[in-house]
Write a protein of this length. Structure first.
Lengths: 474, 226
């Protein structure tokens, strides 16, 4: 206790007691205004927090609405795109395979006509061999029955020979006719095969179109669901966006690691080109140059993917005329190829520089400089890596597009969750402050309980006196 | 039509000016790193030449650690060291690492040749060498200035040489390397301690910082990365 507050310097206990009594008296005197002040303050704070909570809740609701709109719009756009692609594929298939259908039909008709003609030719009836055979048998029996009659025997013999000749001639013709029929039938085989193959190809194409049609039906159903703005569509799209976000995030992380390796590959040799001592802020200019090359490669990759209409990050490129788009595609590809070649040579230079550094270190350490065996293997590896990585980075455009699109949805949802949490925190804090006010009032009354008790007693006595005074009068 | 043409030209000029300003800002941000400057003094007096192989190791270590943009010089301490003639080799390493490596090879060769043919000097003018180091490093202007003195720190001046004046060593870090104990130090170690204290006081009064490294395994403390 400070000395200035000591009423009795030698007796701090008594001083404290007196101060406490004084404080209680003052607090008792100021009890009602103090209660009002506490109640007023807590009410203002709680009310402000409640207002803030309501405001945040409104914002959260608006955001939820916006998220829903964004989700459905992006889902609708994606489905439209898929349907468009499917129709485009069907159109390509029809143009490619069924576009030549009249020619195919003519070809099939010709093949069928040819088969028909061959078939007719193959059905011409040959001479009937069994009748001849029985006639020859009969003449042989007559020869046997004639016994020793030479004249009759000679006549029948001549007749038999005549029959035999005629039979041989008929059999020859029969065989010839059969050969012709067989030839015609074997001639039909390739036509049959060709017809079967043509029909199989038509069947495959038609089946493909049917499959695509089924897919389009499903997409249309999905599109219809999204158009109806149904909860089912929202749930489906939300899950899909989250999945896309996670997968594309993972792929982008891998791509970033790939970019880092690429950076390590070219940063050292870049110092040979732009110098190792110049700096741009805290980074070496050689590092900045390496980063710029990688960024340019990624940009070219983006343009390439855009001009191929694989991604749609830049609507301007997508809506270009086909000729301009093709020019852009080739330009991007050529620049990418040049950059990949530069990277490959930089990777080779890196190997040379590393070898030079190693040789210098060995020389400074007093060790005989040694050329490692198979040192060309890492050199070739680095060169290959330097050439491939730019093209691999090209495909970053695909996950990047998914990431950006899904980020809108996931980010919006995260913000919505944060707002919901803030609303809860505001309401909780408002409620706590409100109860804290009541608690403070009770605590205040606890500190002045003695005068309050006295007040109650006095008021009680006065009231009973008043009642007693009033009773006779009544 | 003419108005549109003029407006188009104005736009073009504005775009060009913006591009130029952006380029100038970018170039303005680009700066050459000040690098590190190391000046090493080798004592060649008396029997100290026997320690030159250790000095070679220090030089090799420094060559291995200094990079493009850093400056390095090696000079001997003899009877009159305040002279450019005593500088054995000096170089600011090229920005291109391959050229810097060639410079380092050449540097090493020169020091090896000197170590093989060095002869003992009759006197030891450490202050003169230090003044020469300060002059060269101030001229080169590196970001970090270090003077290494490979010596027993026992100055032995020629008659008539004046060296007892204050040195301006602001921004310099002076390191005494391999300060060997002389016979007289063994008789009375206070001589050795007083000698080191004298140099410490002199350097610190000049505004520099002082360090003694006798264990050559701790050379990493000499230079720090910029």
């Amino acid at each position: 206790m400070p000395k200035a507050m000591m009423i009795w310097p030698g007796n701090p206990g008594l001083s404290i007691f007196v101060w406490a009594i004084l404080a209680i008296v003052v607090m008792y005197a100021a009890r009602i205004p103090a209660h009002q002040a506490i109640r007023g303050f807590t009410r203002v704070v709680a009310h402000t927090l409640r207002l803030a909570g309501h405001s945040l809740m409104d914002a959260q609701k608006r955001l939820a609405l916006r998220n829903r709109e964004v989700l459905l719009a992006s889902g609708q756009e994606l489905t439209e795109r898929q349907i468009e692609q499917e129709f485009s594929r069907i159109s390509t298939t029809i143009a490619k395979d069924l576009g030549t259908y009249p020619a195919l039909h003519r070809k099939l008709s010709e093949q069928v006509a040819s088969i028909d003609e061959d078939y007719r030719a193959a059905t011409d009836s040959p001479p009937d061999p069994p009748a001849w055979t029985s006639a020859i048998g009969m003449t042989q029996q007559l020869v046997d029955k004639s016994g020793g009659d030479k004249t009759v025997g000679r006549v029948i013999e001549a007749l038999h020979k005549g029959f035999m000749r005629a039979h041989a001639q008929a059999m020859g013709e029969y065989r010839k006719s059969s050969r012709t029929r067989h030839r015609l039938l074997s001639h039909m085989m390739p036509f049959w095969r060709r017809t079967a193959s043509t029909l199989a190809s038509v069947d495959k194409t038609v089946n493909g179109i049917v499959e695509r049609s089924n897919h389009i039906d499903k997409l249309m159903e999905q599109y219809h669901e999204i158009s109806k703005r149904s909860d089912r569509a929202e749930r489906m799209l939300s899950t899909s966006a989250m999945t896309q976000f996670l997968i594309s995030g993972l792929v982008l992380t891998i791509a970033v690691l790939g970019g880092f390796i690429n950076f390590q590959l070219i940063a050292l040799p870049m110092s040979e080109m732009v110098g190792a001592s110049a700096r741009l802020g805290s980074l070496k200019v050689s590092q900045v140059a390496a980063l710029v090359i990688i960024m340019v490669e990624i940009t070219m990759g983006l343009f390439l993917m855009e001009s191929l209409r694989i991604t749609r990050l830049f609507p301007v490129i997508g809506s270009m005329q086909d000729r301009n788009r093709r020019i852009m595609m080739w330009a991007s590809l050529v620049i990418l190829l040049v950059l990949a070649s530069i990277e490959s040579s930089l990777a080779y230079m890196r190997d040379l520089l590393a070898a030079n550094n190693a040789a210098l270190t060995q020389s400074l350490a007093g060790i005989a400089v040694q050329q490692p065996e198979f040192h060309w293997i890492p050199a070739v590896g680095q060169m290959t890596l330097g050439f491939i990585l730019p093209f691999a980075l090209t495909f970053v455009a695909v996950p990047m597009e998914s990431f950006i699109h899904s980020l809108r949805v996931v980010g919006g949802n995260a913000l919505e969750a944060a707002l919901r949490l803030a609303v809860f925190a505001c309401h909780l804090a408002g409620s706590l402050i409100h109860h804290l006010g009541s608690g403070l009032i009770n605590t205040y009354d606890l500190a002045v309980f003695l005068p309050l008790k006295v007040e109650h007693l006095v008021l009680g006595v006065t009231a009973s006196k008043t009642r007693r005074g009033k009773v006779p009068a009544a | 039509m003419a108005v549109e043409h003029t407006r188009g030209m104005t736009m073009n000029i504005r775009q060009h000016i913006t591009a130029l300003v952006a380029a100038a800002m970018l170039l303005g941000c680009t700066s050459s790193a000040p690098g590190r400057g190391v000046y090493m003094l080798l004592d060649t007096s008396g029997t100290y030449t026997e320690h030159l192989n250790k000095a070679q190791s220090v030089v090799n270590y420094l060559l291995g650690n200094l990079t493009s943009g850093d400056s390095f010089a090696v000079a001997r301490i003899d009877s009159g060291s305040f002279s450019e003639k005593d500088i054995l080799m000096r170089a600011t390493f090229d920005a291109r690492p391959s050229v810097a490596n060639d410079q380092k090879r050449s540097f090493k060769k020169t020091i090896d040749t000197f170590a093989g043919s060095a002869r003992g000097a009759s006197h030891t003018d450490i202050t003169g060498g230090l003044l020469q180091a300060v002059e060269w490093l101030n001229e080169v202007g590196p970001g970090q200035k270090t003077v290494l003195i490979f010596s027993d720190m026992d100055e032995d001046l020629q008659k008539g040489q004046i060296r007892d004046f204050p040195l301006d060593l602001r921004g310099f870090h002076v390191v005494a390397l391999n300060v060997t104990k002389l016979n007289k130090d063994n008789v009375d170690p206070r001589i050795y301690l007083d000698r080191l204290e004298h140099w410490k006081k002199r350097v610190e009064e000049g505004g520099g910082t002082w360090q003694v490294i006798n264990d050559l395994e701790r050379l990493d403390a000499i230079i720090q990365d910029t």
